[in-house]
Design a protein around this ligand. Structure first.
Ligand SMILES: Cc1ncc(COP(=O)(O)O)c(C=O)c1O
Length: 437
């Protein structure tokens, strides 16, 4: 283990007095913070590359990329410059064409899956997901959706209706159906991955036959579950889904808000499988922190997008396009997909070794710069250990690691620009926090 003296630099025990005071002031006006923020109420002042600094002067090594957003590192100089220049030139002109929009669309379509070049631009992932649902209805003339347990797609009515539990525990929109999906560490059918023959896909056929009215426009999924704890399906899952959709005349909609834009070491997570969806949603990393998201559909369905009005106050505004354009160029220039794959090897080696050593580590997993650690009370029973999840999350944060909790699962999404040395340093902090139990 490396010496614990280098970065991140600590001034006071965090959250420090300024953080606490500021958080309390903000809370007087703004309620409903995420559980993650409540678990560690720090207030941030500035950030650069892979480090963030709080208002007390404490530094944190960023293993969260904001929230899966700043893939090129915080405040990347080229992206900041592009945003500043565009801000001084033109910030909003409704839905009209601009040179920067044209350039951004060309650059974006150079990385989308083959045959997917029909785009609409939005300002958050949820709005793009909602537009995806409208597009699916316009393309097929059908109105039902099937999605999966524990996937997350956003918090407006349509997007939340795709989730098992809507955030306000309200009623889901009519025509929304759910099916279990593969989680080979915790199979919902209690089957074993080497003998199950993907029973979950057979079960999905039953949901389609027995629960829906047969008017299913799309099957919607996260190719890799993010919020559920970086849960990776077995390789044949996506191809089997594609085959099922083709056979039944159902669209496949991949929500890559979290997994897209290089997060998993390819531009999109579906690229690992060779599967091309009919509808794809990109967000988070697309503007490296500046809000820009996209709905993309297959060229063959492009005409349907004319029937779902795209215009909004901010979607595709010139500054968003400048941010997106600069982000993709930086990713290409700095070979960030290759770096993500390199970081995967370094971090997974450490995670595998940690799993060998630590009895509370039940499972570790990762692809590119998307990782998860599942903590259990007993490796045999796999009983989740949320108390350890909270403790380890807070301890590592205290020691200078900004990362993402999910009950008994800890999630890491370092920026794709991270150096090997910083990745090792982050893993030192995690090992120390887990080692203390
Ligand atoms: C897979 C997925 N879809 C949609 C969303 C919603 O995106 P946003 O928060 O930008 O509205 C998220 C957010 O975390 C997400 O992870």
């Amino acid at each position: 283990m490396a010496a614990m003296t280098e970065l991140p630099n600590r001034c006071v025990k965090p959250p420090g007095p300024r953080s606490r005071a500021l958080f309390a002031q903000v809370e007087q006006r703004m309620r409903g913070h995420s559980g993650q923020v409540k678990l560690f109420p720090v207030a941030f002042d500035h950030a650069a590359g892979c480090t963030m600094t709080d208002v007390d002067g404490n530094e944190y090594l960023d293993f969260s990329s904001g929230i899966y957003v700043t893939n090129c590192g915080h405040c990347h100089p080229k992206i900041v410059k592009a945003i500043q220049e565009q801000t001084a030139r033109l910030m909003n002109c409704h839905d009209f064409a601009t040179p920067v929009k044209q350039e951004f669309l060309e650059e974006f379509c150079s990385v989308t899956p083959p045959g997917m070049n029909a785009v609409q631009l939005y300002s958050d992932g949820t709005a793009a997901v909602e537009a995806g649902l409208r597009a699916a209805r316009a393309i097929t003339g059908k109105f039902e959706f099937v999605s999966f347990w524990h996937d997350f797609h956003g918090k407006t009515l349509g997007a939340a209706s795709l989730a098992l539990m809507s955030p306000d525990k309200g009623i889901r929109a009519p025509g929304s159906f759910l099916a279990p999906r593969p989680n080979c560490y915790r199979c919902p059918f209690r089957l074993a991955p080497d003998t199950c023959e993907l029973y979950c896909v057979d079960f999905l056929e039953r949901v389609l036959d027995e629960e829906t009215t047969g008017q299913v426009a799309a099957i919607v999924l996260e190719p890799i579950q993010g919020w559920a704890g970086s849960v990776f399906p077995p390789e044949p899952f996506l191809p089997r889904l594609r085959e099922l959709c083709d056979r039944r005349g159902i669209l496949l909609m991949a929500d890559e808000v979290l997994t897209g834009m290089g997060r998993t070491g390819r531009w999109f997570a579906v690229d690992h499988s060779g599967v091309v969806p009919d509808i794809l949603i990109a967000g988070k990393g697309l503007g490296n922190g500046y809000p820009v998201t996209a709905l993309v559909v297959r060229d063959a369905c492009a005409e349907a997008l004319d029937r779902i009005s795209a215009s909004s106050s901010f979607g595709g505004n010139p500054v968003a396009c400048a941010a997106g354009l600069a982000t993709i160029r930086v990713m290409k220039e700095e070979n960030l997909l290759e770096n993500a794959a390199r970081l995967e090897r370094i971090i997974m080696a450490r995670l595998e070794a940690l799993k060998e050593r630590s009895p509370i580590v039940g499972d570790v997993r990762g692809k590119g710069c998307l990782f998860g650690i599942e903590l259990v009370k007993d490796r045999g029973t796999k009983e989740p250990h949320p108390e350890a999840g909270k403790r380890v999350y807070q301890r590592a944060f205290e020691n200078g690691l900004a990362w993402i909790p999910a009950g008994h699962i800890l999630r890491m999404s370092p920026p794709l620009v991270m150096t090997e040395k910083l990745a090792e340093r982050g893993m030192d902090i995690i090992e120390e926090a887990i080692g203390e139990g």
